[in-house]
Design a protein around this ligand. Structure first.
Ligand SMILES: Cc1ncc(COP(=O)(O)O)c(C=O)c1O
Length: 366
């Protein structure tokens, strides 16, 4: 028998994803995989057409709706393909004839979303900025835009949209892959949001799409069934085999989040963890964060060492201390600490202590 996950000391992973999971959730998953309950089946063996899986998905949807306050006129879809697939699926499913798509470009992931969308529709960049979110009053959204797309958290750049604007004429679409369920949001400000699960909601393989009902069926004809929001909505996200295991893990994460006090508490934890690291960055000129203070991410803290030549030593020494996966996104370099929902506050504190010690040693020429 393997040791229960909660019993062994684990390195702290600051990876961009998949993220660490709470030990309680890992233990529950371990049990559900290995133990055959009264059904005599492991969760990995559940047929997706049976009542066992239907109950798992229904309960996950109920908990997701309760946590986020999803209004009744919104549908929740449990899909696959990751957020990356949504970069093209959103325009294909949402745009009617003659419509274009507006994008706010704030970093690496919104740029990827733009490139993918531009291969299937006309894209207009409504606003563009690096290291900050351009103020919504400056966004230039054309009249013929079918939606305006924002990236809630730029995971590679460390920029976060902290205030979701209320757009009047056009549906707001949000890639909330890195920030969904890290704090309360007003779903009614969005026409559609999407998020991969492997950062704040469990295992890779599941993509959540939440969309307003009136946006269903507006897209083009001939979309393959599993990728067609309207068909998935009409078939309880079971046009084909859904990611059964990832939905199960998401269900356990949602229960855990509710036990931890819901999204207000999740937001408070995000704030405390990130402030611990920003304070460590600001404590000396040894480290540098280029993001405007008001737009700094509470989920992915990106920074540089003033002497970039020391970054390999920083990463190697951090790893020796059990602080893993701190290398910045390959497109951006530097250091990145991702602080998803399961990150304990002690993890951020351990990293801040290490940063102070490393700065002290290397400033002193040690
Ligand atoms: C903001 C954002 N969008 C999209 C993606 C792509 O997600 P996936 O690899 O699940 O398709 C990522 C991955 O890190 C991300 O951070």
């Amino acid at each position: 028998m393997g040791q229960l996950c909660s019993e062994r000391a684990r390195p702290i992973s600051f990876a961009g994803g998949p993220s660490i999971l709470p030990p309680e959730v890992l233990a529950e998953v371990q049990e559900a995989v290995g133990e055959l309950g009264c059904s005599g089946q492991s969760v990995l063996e559940l047929p997706f057409t049976g009542p066992g899986y239907a109950a798992i998905q229904d309960e996950a949807e109920t908990d997701l709706r309760a946590l986020l306050g999803v209004p009744p006129q919104y549908r929740v879809l449990f899909l696959q393909g990751g957020a990356y697939a949504q970069f093209r699926l959103v325009p294909i499913n949402l745009l009617g004839p003659g419509e274009c798509a507006a994008y706010v470009e704030t970093g690496y992931w919104s740029a990827r979303a733009i490139t993918e969308a531009a291969s299937v529709c006309r894209v207009v960049v409504a606003a563009r900025a690096l290291n900050r979110v351009p103020p919504p009053a400056t966004w230039r959204i054309p009249d013929e835009a079918g939606y305006c797309h924002v990236t809630g958290n730029e995971t590679a750049d460390g920029v976060q949209l902290h205030h979701v604007p209320a757009l009047e004429r056009v549906a707001l679409v949000g890639d909330l892959t890195a920030d969904l369920l890290t704090g309360p949001i007003d779903i009614a400000r969005f026409g559609l949001i999407y998020a991969s699960a492997q950062k704040n909601l469990g295992a890779a393989g599941l993509t959540i799409v939440i969309l307003r009902e009136d946006l269903l069926g507006r897209g083009r004809a001939g979309i393959p069934g599993p990728l067609d929001y309207a068909r998935q909505a009409a078939n309880a996200s079971r046009v084909n085999t859904p990611p059964v295991f990832a939905v199960f893990v998401a269900g356990r994460m949602l229960k855990w989040l509710r036990r931890q006090g819901g999204l207000t508490q999740a937001a408070a934890r995000c704030r405390r963890r990130s402030e611990t690291l920003y304070a460590a960055i600001e404590a000396s000129n040894f480290y540098r964060c280029d993001v405007e203070p008001d737009d700094r991410s509470r989920i992915s803290v990106c920074f540089h060492l003033a002497d970039a030549g020391l970054e390999p030593d920083f990463l190697a020494e951090a790893q020796r201390r059990g602080l893993h996966h701190l290398r910045g996104h390959p497109a951006r370099g530097g250091i990145r600490a991702c602080l998803y929902n399961a990150m304990p506050e002690s993890g951020a504190a351990a990293l801040a202590d290490f940063m102070a010690e490393f700065a002290h040693t290397h400033r002193a020429g040690g």
